[in-house]
Design a binder for this molecule. Structure first.
Ligand SMILES: [Fe+2]
Length: 234
């Protein structure tokens, strides 16, 4: 199994696609449609990275500037490569497959990183309807947190995310294991997202992933989680 961090780009399929796409000039001066625009900009951090509890400014900035922005740039590039490929009627399906794989991978990384950083900047104190709902779903709030932490630790250093989600179809709150930016729960709406790739904690905690999870929990903005939950239930 290959472990891939937020900056990982490149598969055999993509390499082939690069070669073909490079020989296929973007035809027109007409602007690309939104699906292929490739003009996405990084979402700014909503908090002062120097003021998180137990997560250093150096780590937070490095994560945002390198891993996250690398994913945004990668997604933009892939969208434009898709447009170029669609303009070439002879573009091989196997090469298009590589581009679509990378589109899925980059999209997952951008969305999950946005939701991860967008849920930080708080004081870690849970409240409101989401706290009550988690208490009901897991018998106690502590029961939810224990399962969330265990799910996170099952991925420590691996290629994955730990996601508290509202499952629209099942009508349940669940903690999901989300592998490689791409394997998300079907009909699950993310409420709280925890990055468990090593790049998210190694600089501060080495291999001590549990201490990173402790720090993450101290910085969760539960007002954001509550807002996501209410939006998901509409
Ligand atoms: Fe990350």
């Amino acid at each position: 199994m290959t472990r891939r961090g937020g900056l990982a780009i490149g598969t055999a399929g993509l390499a082939l696609a690069d070669t073909v796409a490079a020989a296929t000039p973007l035809a027109a001066a007409a602007p690309l449609p939104p699906a292929f625009a490739g003009t996405r900009q990084p979402t700014p951090l909503r908090f002062d990275p120097a003021k998180l509890d137990g997560l250093s400014e150096k780590l937070v900035r490095s994560h945002w500037e390198n891993n996250y922005q690398g994913s945004v740039r990668g997604l933009n590039m892939i969208e434009q490569r898709l447009a170029a490929a669609m303009a070439d009627k002879d573009f091989p399906p196997v090469a298009y497959s590589g581009l679509k794989r990378e589109q899925l991978h980059r999209s997952g990384s951008v969305v999950l990183h946005d939701l991860y950083s967008g849920g930080l900047g708080g004081n870690g104190q849970s409240a409101g309807g989401i706290k009550q709902a988690l208490t009901t779903a897991f018998a106690s709030f502590e029961g939810w947190e224990a399962e969330f932490r265990r799910t996170a630790m099952s991925l420590a250093g691996g290629s994955g995310w730990c996601v508290l989600a509202w499952n629209q179809h099942l009508g349940t709150l669940q903690n999901y294991w989300c592998w490689d930016h791409t394997n998300s729960p079907v009909t699950g709406t993310p409420l709280l997202v925890l990055d468990m790739y090593e790049h998210a904690f190694q600089m501060d905690y080495g291999a001590a992933a549990a201490k990173y999870v402790d720090a993450f929990m101290r910085n969760v903005d539960w007002e954001v989680v509550e807002a996501r939950y209410l939006a998901a239930r509409k």
